[in-house]
Design a protein around this ligand. Structure first.
Ligand code: FE2
Length: 260
């Protein structure tokens, strides 16, 4: 399994506070079957102005500590970039993409999209980047209007959903939005967004639920096949499933879920 969104690199942001915490959580991830971790500290003006130098320093400290503790784990460099009008320039000048590919992990505010949100994304796309929007299900603009997710995909934006959303850790509405997006094929990656704030690494239990509710292939696609393509800078299909579920099927499914 490849986890493409984590805040497990120590002392960079609101994720892991120190090296010891990073090691503890990486061990848990390894035990859960994770082979590759994309390190995505926040890149945000003001609170988290992580630079390439800070990243390199922490990255080397973490790699040494893993080696010393005999923990094998593949790590990749990236950032979770908060969208701002100057994001394109920042990505170009500061090499903020995922592992040197054209893929970039981006986020926006939880209290409504900025009015130039679509334009910033458009600029990234026409300059050859492949934006991946982190946790779309958590944004009210999307949970109130799920059609916007499809609109974003038509604009060449990939969507990465958070595992915690599927088990209601951000509330019922976000949980429902996550399942609806997934069932409609409006999801290209599922990742942990691990901030080292849960004792347990929740990906396995969430993926088990998805496997039961949808199928094993979908789990593989979103946590292995697509992440692998991303790390190799290969294009990923924007649309891979048609929404063939009738309301009747959804009703039966909901009824069955009551007895799980
Ligand atoms: Fe994040």
């Amino acid at each position: 399994m490849i986890d493409i969104h984590t805040h497990i690199l120590h002392a960079c942001d609101d994720g892991s506070p120190d090296l010891e915490t990073s090691l503890t959580h990486i061990k848990k991830m390894k035990d859960a079957g994770v082979t590759d971790i994309v390190l995505t500290p926040h890149y945000m003006m003001g609170p988290y102005q992580n630079t390439a130098e800070i990243f390199e320093l922490r990255f080397n400290q973490l790699k040494k500590a893993l080696h010393k503790n005999n923990i094998s784990m593949q790590l990749y460099k990236a950032f979770e970039i908060y969208l701002e009008p100057n994001t394109l320039e920042e990505i170009k000048n500061k090499d903020l993409s995922i592992n040197g590919t054209k893929y970039v992990l981006v986020e926006t505010g939880f209290h409504g999209f900025a009015k130039d949100f679509m334009h910033i994304l458009y600029e990234l796309v026409i300059n050859g980047y492949y934006p991946i929007l982190a946790h779309p299900e958590r944004y009210p603009d999307i949970s109130n209007n799920p059609d916007l997710a499809e609109d974003l995909i038509h604009r060449n934006i990939y969507l990465q959903l958070n595992a915690a959303s599927f088990i209601g850790l951000y509330g019922k509405k976000i949980q429902q939005t996550a399942w609806n997006l997934l069932k409609n094929g409006h999801c290209h990656f599922i990742a942990s967004d691990n901030h080292c704030n849960f004792n347990e690494y929740i990906m396995p239990q969430v993926l088990e639920k998805i496997e039961k509710t949808i199928d094993k292939y979908t789990v593989e696609l979103l946590t292995e096949i697509n992440p692998e393509k991303m790390l190799k800078n290969e294009k990923i299909d924007f649309f891979y499933v048609e929404n063939v579920q009738s309301n009747e099927t959804i009703f039966i499914q909901k009824f069955k879920n009551l007895f799980k």
